[in-house]
Design a protein around this ligand. Structure first.
Ligand code: NAP
Length: 310
């Protein structure tokens, strides 16, 4: 039987994801003590006021002292310096993991700095919202969502079992995969959709002032669904694109080719080609709903007023 409860859980960063882990770990009694490190006093104050952590430190070294589980929950670009800072202070046998949206670059940035006496197992919960900060988290965030772990053949089996048990207790389903494969899959399922959303909302913003107000006014036609994704944290997403450059560029190449094919079908008035593609994509949404990854409610379950149109 795998022991799930940790003695001291140290969260480095306590934003949306870190605070959701803290809440879920509290609710499910997964750690005796939960502490965090956060760079700004305001974040530390909010985390303490919400009572989701027992201690909040400015210095990550103090947070990891004596911790048997350390989770990096900051933007990926901060990982290397943090790993260097905490490396000499990690407890013997501690599990070190993360929640970063890219995996290969994280392994390269963190692994070389860690001592041999800790177990480093990178992770990525496929769960989130467009909100940031400690107040944005909620304990149920991970329920029914996938969490991808990227162990290596050398990863300690017991440490992997404990980390798997932790995420399972928080409600996640676990998948293990190679970091490069993770980065390719996430490039198409998450990173490119964010890039498209940032681009389309940015293009609209560049339009003439008068047109811009009409963009807002008639946004229910589809535009507003992109604005949710495009409202995601700029620091986090800058780091994702800088650290998953190759996979994103590869998928972007394929995306651009397919977009050109759509452009050609419209120019040639090839209704059959358009209809075929749109029929295929509709089936994919059905599969996502059947897999329990989305609500079957029309328009994401929004309550419709008189001004809402498709
Ligand atoms: P968030 O809500 O913006 O929180 C980020 C946390 O990191 C805050 O505690 C922040 O502290 C701290 N931080 C930011 N910059 C820092 C720096 N330079 N040095 C030290 N600490 C810093 O972000 P999040 O959404 O929780 O994302 C955190 C991680 O989760 C990222 O690696 C992201 O890739 C991953 N992730 C996010 C999602 C999602 O949908 N958001 C989903 C899956 C995985 P202050 O408040 O004090 O600045």
């Amino acid at each position: 039987m795998t022991e799930i409860k940790f003695k001291r859980l140290a969260l480095i960063g306590i934003g949306l994801i870190g605070s959701s882990i803290a809440r879920s770990a509290r609710q499910n009694d997964l750690a005796e003590e939960i502490v965090c490190a956060a760079r700004t006093a305001d974040t530390r104050r909010v985390a303490l006021e919400l009572r989701i952590v027992d201690q909040a430190y400015e210095d990550p070294v103090e947070a990891v002292e004596g911790a048997d589980l350390v989770i990096f929950c900051t933007p990926i670009g901060t990982y290397e310096a943090l790993a260097q800072t905490i490396a000499g202070h990690l407890a013997e046998g501690a599990i070190v993991t993360d929640v970063g949206s890219v995996k290969s670059a994280v392994v390269k940035a963190v692994q070389p700095h860690l001592p041999a006496h800790v177990h480093f197992i990178p992770g990525h919960p496929i769960a989130g919202t467009e909100k940031s900060g400690p107040a944005a988290g909620f304990a149920e965030l991970f329920i029914g969502k996938w969490c991808i772990l990227t162990p290596t053949p050398d990863t300690d089996e017991q440490a992997l079992a404990r980390l798997t048990a932790l995420w399972t207790a928080m409600g996640s389903d676990i998948e293990t995969m190679d970091p490069d494969h993770h980065d390719l899959v996430l490039a198409i399922t998450s990173h490119i959709p964010h890039l498209i959303a940032y681009n389309i909302v940015g293009t609209a913003d560049d339009l003439e002032e008068v047109t811009k107000s009409e963009v807002i006014k008639y946004s229910a036609g589809g535009f507003r669904d992109f604005t949710r994704i495009a409202a995601s944290d700029p620091t986090m997403w800058r780091d994702v694109f800088l650290h998953n450059k190759e996979a994103v560029l590869e998928m972007l190449g394929r995306f651009t080719e397919d977009l050109t094919a759509l452009q050609r079908a419209i120019r040639r008035e090839d209704g059959e080609a358009l209809f075929d593609i749109f029929t295929r994509t509709r089936a994919i949404r059905r599969q996502i709903i059947d897999a329990g990854q989305e609500t079957a409610e029309p328009d994401f379950g929004r309550v419709h007023g008189p001004k809402d149109e498709g």
